[in-house]
Design a protein around this ligand. Structure first.
Ligand code: GDP
Ligand code: CA
Length: 321
């Protein structure tokens, strides 16, 4: 079976560990289509937080406590930059991590597309899945928000809103800058078309899955795929398991619940994406019109449990209604 997973960073990476374990047991192949809306250039280097979270996590190089960045990280460069007063200082640029960004930036400058750069980086990390950026084109998620002390709203890069301001400035809207002119990275549409199962990771629906689907062609490919599409809710009991997805959902006027996110994705038969929707036991009363809903424990406590979640997603995908 060929499995395609739409994924963001940390939640996506943890889910993908389970997908990989499930796939290994069944001899399946996995392609991850990863959000690039968080990508940002700081201190002259190109940073792809979600691709790196997935690559480091699947490659065994992620910091397990922080959930992002490298294990055994040191921060000499960050401290030296701060000593120069070189802005910005709010982004945690680790020494080990920086090597990844240097290799990436040099390859991009030499003309390689991000997908080729990602493949080259993965030659080291051997993530065990095919990692594809949603697009090779530059697109960035911005947030229109009013920062405290400022006279009115302005567009901030998502990373600045999220990391520097902890998503506190009230957001008016999200803008996927240059998404409309982006094209899916090489291999993305083919993978979706050839898939036997498409999974939507329990990633942030607004700023992780949203930008992937905003790349023209990807949403249509998922909708017209022959494969069943099954998602897992990042919202359990009315709150995100971790992070600030609730702030993002409120901004776009979506109820912070498993049902709210399920309806946001919508039913495959009615202009939406989903054939199946996994929710936590606590949300067992969830109804999404036109979508098969299965309630089961949805905390990704370890790889084996996450693989069991994925196995249930696969079963839900096969069910005939
Ligand atoms: P980011 O790009 O690093 O923010 O990561 P993602 O967008 O891929 O994932 C963030 C989402 O993962 C958050 O909205 C969390 O609620 C969700 N999440 C994290 N851990 C779990 C878990 O154990 N179970 C479920 N269902 N969702 C989780
Ligand atoms: Ca992210």
């Amino acid at each position: 079976m060929r499995i395609v997973v739409l994924a963001g960073g940390i939640g996506g990476a943890r889910f993908l560990q389970g997908v990989r374990a499930f796939a290994a047991a069944g001899g399946h192949h996995v392609t991850a289509v990863v959000n690039t809306g968080d990508d940002v250039t700081l201190h002259g280097v190109r940073i792809c937080p979600d691709l790196d979270s997935v690559m480091y996590t699947l490659g065994g190089g992620a910091d397990p406590e922080r959930g992002w960045g490298r294990a055994g990280e040191t921060w000499a460069v960050r401290d030296e930059l701060a000593a120069y007063g070189a802005d910005p200082s709010w982004f945690g640029l680790g020494d080990r991590d920086l090597a990844t960004h240097l290799v990436r930036t040099r390859m991009l400058a030499a003309g390689y597309p991000l997908s080729a750069v990602t493949e080259a980086l993965c030659a080291r990390w051997q993530p065990g899945v095919t990692l594809l950026p949603a697009t090779d084109d530059r697109m960035e998620t911005h947030v229109v928000a009013t920062v405290e002390g400022e006279p009115g709203p302005r567009a901030l890069h998502f990373q600045e809103w999220w990391v520097r301001y902890h998503a506190e400035p009230a957001a008016e809207r999200f803008v996927f800058v240059d998404a409309e002119s982006a094209t899916p990275a090489a291999g993305v549409l083919d993978a979706i078309e050839a898939a036997d199962l498409v999974l939507v990771a329990p990633s942030n629906p607004v700023v992780s899955i949203g930008p992937i689907l905003a790349v023209p062609g990807i949403r249509d490919a998922v909708r017209s795929a022959a494969a069943p599409v099954v998602g897992a809710s990042p919202i359990i009991g009315g709150a995100p398991v971790r992070g600030m997805a609730d702030r993002c959902l409120r901004t776009i006027g979506v109820e912070v619940s498993a049902a709210g996110v399920g309806r946001l994705y919508g039913a495959a038969g009615a202009d939406g994406l989903l054939d199946g929707w996994l929710v936590d036991k606590r949300d067992a009363d969830t109804e999404v019109p036109g979508v098969r809903v299965l309630a089961r424990p949805l905390l990704m406590t370890d790889e084996a449990e996450t693989a069991a979640i994925v196995a249930d997603a696969a079963t839900l995908g096969r069910a005939d209604g």
